[in-house]
Write a protein that binds this ligand. Structure first.
Ligand SMILES: Nc1nc2c(c(=O)[nH]1)N[C@@H](CN(C=O)c1ccc(C(=O)N[C@@H](CCC(=O)O)C(=O)O)cc1)CN2
Length: 284
């Protein structure tokens, strides 16, 4: 039976530590401030944004809740971002994804000042990550690395297979793993003989967005399996990309859904916002 990698528990511990840190910063006159922009009314995005504000409040981070109508134009959103870029009281800017079709997410990402890009999606920040000189690190991959470290799992010399090549998870996670001496394979929808490849993995990461995509026969016995998926199954239940019951019998470690990678994403966002607030005083 796989050991559960409990992101929920770990995120609570990290949140408590961050709460202590903001108290210390407050005594130095530093109050971290995060601006979160939500365009439209996607129900899942509304939940994530609400959770971000709640977590910020609990920790002692000021958060600005900016809601824009779903027919907002790209120009209007760019204007909003420009104002926040120039506002010295704002340490972090986040635009919740996905965006409505009329808005190009890449153009939006590139407009956020790299020094305020708490999501770490700006090409400047992704580039720094790829040359192993990170500034901002995307929250989900950063949360995965934090989770592994806290459970005493080193990636050094491990065969890591990441299924999914998105800009927000697969690609930055590959860089983070490589920077820590893992041997990394990134598989995707065009990969041949996928199961043969996933069975070589000491650490297998599933980030494809498809229910039950990874089955027990795709997993090497004893492997560490990280399930990044957040999907609704036919019954409307929240499930990941990994068929958890059978894989749980084969794997050595497994992240649950819910309660695995998801909560770490928000905790890492808070950590990054606090770091930005500190760095803004140090001109890092
Ligand atoms: N600008 C961004 N947009 C999106 C990101 C992101 O990192 N930055 N990631 C995802 C959504 N996301 C955060 O924004 C996110 C998703 C899931 C969770 C989470 O805690 N999930 C829980 C279950 C919550 C539920 O019941 O629905 C879990 O897995 O236990 C947190 C954050 C896409 N957009």
């Amino acid at each position: 039976m796989a050991v559960k990698l409990d992101g929920k528990k770990l995120s609570i511990k990290l949140t408590n530590d961050l709460q202590v840190e903001t108290k210390t910063l407050k005594n130095q006159g530093i109050i971290p401030k995060l601006a979160v922009i939500l365009v439209g009314d996607d129900p899942a995005s509304r939940v994530y944004v609400r959770n971000k504000h709640r977590m910020a409040e609990k920790i002692g981070i000021e958060s600005l809740d900016l809601r824009l109508a779903k027919d907002t134009s790209e120009a209007e959103l760019l204007e909003k971002i420009a104002l926040l870029n120039n506002d010295p009281t704002i340490n972090g800017i986040l635009v919740q994804l996905p965006l409505p079709d009329q808005i190009n997410a890449d153009r939006i990402t590139k407009t956020i000042s790299p020094k305020k890009d708490v999501d770490g999606f700006h090409p400047y920040n992704l580039g720094r990550l790829f040359v192993n000189d990170p500034y901002a690190i995307p929250c989900t991959p950063n949360g995965i690395m934090y989770l592994l470290r806290e459970y005493g799992i080193s990636v050094d010399r491990k065969n890591v297979v990441i299924v999914g090549r998105s800009k927000i998870v697969g690609r930055p996670l590959a860089a983070l793993m490589l920077n820590q001496n893992a041997t990394v394979t990134v598989a995707h929808s065009h990969t041949k003989n996928l199961s043969e490849i996933t069975r070589q993995a000491d650490i297998l990461v599933a980030a494809v967005g498809r229910v039950n995509f990874i089955q027990a026969q795709d997993v090497k016995p004893g492997a560490i399996v990280i399930d990044v998926g957040i999907n609704r199954n036919a019954a409307g239940k929240l499930v990941g990309d990994v068929e958890q019951t059978e894989v749980g019998q084969v794997a050595g470690y497994l992240t649950p859904v819910p309660g695995g990678v998801g909560p770490m994403t928000i905790a890492m966002l808070m950590k990054q916002t606090i770091e930005f607030a500190k760095w803004s005083k140090q001109e890092k």
